[in-house]
Design a protein around this ligand. Structure first.
Ligand SMILES: Nc1ncnc2c1ncn2[C@@H]1O[C@H](COP(=O)(O)OP(=O)(O)OP(=O)(O)O)[C@@H](O)[C@H]1O
Length: 243
């Protein structure tokens, strides 16, 4: 099911005005300078913020439609989220945290194994590393069998080796799960490694020019929406060879 976003969100001195699409089994990386509106966009898709106008839909499901006064609360959207700050309960073990979120507890051992933390199942979040906590957070998000994944800087606090391992796992997940994924990152190399489409945001608006100014080549349009993606034959594309 394709995620379709076309919204305006006004904050005190800031307006987010963005439209893009993210198809099943693809990852859209959201990049841009600090304060551009990336987290506001993710929070609005999650239902943690209400847009002032516009629509957010996933396939046939409408999550926001300002014209009809429609708003589906976050807990009813069925999406998975992994943010920079871990969302684990401190009083539960790693396995307990994943099981708490799970639709079917039978999936917990497989998830822990997939993320290499089976041996940490009975530990509490305070007694494992940041990278291990983030692996557990991925397990927790996936245990819900999410209809899509929202990722806001999930790797930014991790060391290079852990970050690379989790990037590889995310690429596998993209193929295995076949759901839309929207991933905010400050790391353009990461964006080009993981993404099928890149949405560059500057001052609340889609900005292919911002990506160009970073020396990443002229993005192409994404299916007629206002989002952008790296050019098929752009220099960064050739450099990474991952598209
Ligand atoms: N609750 C709020 N009330 C008013 N303004 C806000 C609020 N939250 C964020 N803003 C402003 O909205 C703009 C976008 O913020 P946002 O956090 O979405 O940016 P970002 O691109 O995620 O930034 P960063 O990369 O630094 O995390 C900023 O100018 C910020 O100051």
């Amino acid at each position: 099911m394709t995620l379709r976003v076309d919204i305006t969100k006004k904050l005190a001195n800031f307006t987010l005005d963005i439209a893009f699409e993210c198809a099943p089994g693809t990852l859209t990386a959201v990049v841009g300078p600090s304060g551009a509106g990336k987290s506001t966009l993710i929070r609005t898709i999650a239902g943690l913020e209400r847009p002032d106008s516009g629509r957010i839909t996933l396939g046939d499901a409408t999550w926001n439609d300002s014209g009809q006064g429609l708003f589906v609360p976050p807990q009813k959207r069925g999406l998975g989220m992994v943010f920079q700050d871990y969302t684990l309960f401190p009083h539960l073990t790693v396995a307990g945290n994943v099981a708490f979120a799970a639709r079917d507890r039978a999936c917990v051992p497989d998830l822990l194994e997939r993320f290499g933390i089976t041996h940490l199942a009975s530990r509490r979040p305070s007694s494992i590393s940041g990278g291990e906590r983030q692996r557990a957070a991925f397990c927790q998000a996936l245990a819900r069998c999410p209809v899509m994944l929202l990722l806001d800087e999930p790797f930014s606090a991790l060391d290079v080796a852990t970050r690379n391992a989790l990037r590889v796992e995310l690429l596998r997940l993209k193929d295995d799960l076949g759901i839309p994924m929207v991933h905010v990152t400050h790391d353009l190399e990461e964006a080009y490694q993981l993404a099928d489409d890149i949405l560059a945001v500057e001052a609340g608006h889609a900005s292919p020019e911002w990506l160009e100014r970073q020396g990443m080549g002229r993005p192409r349009s994404n299916g007629g929406a206002r989002s952008v993606a790296p050019a098929d034959d752009g220099p960064a594309l050739r450099a990474t060879g991952t598209f």
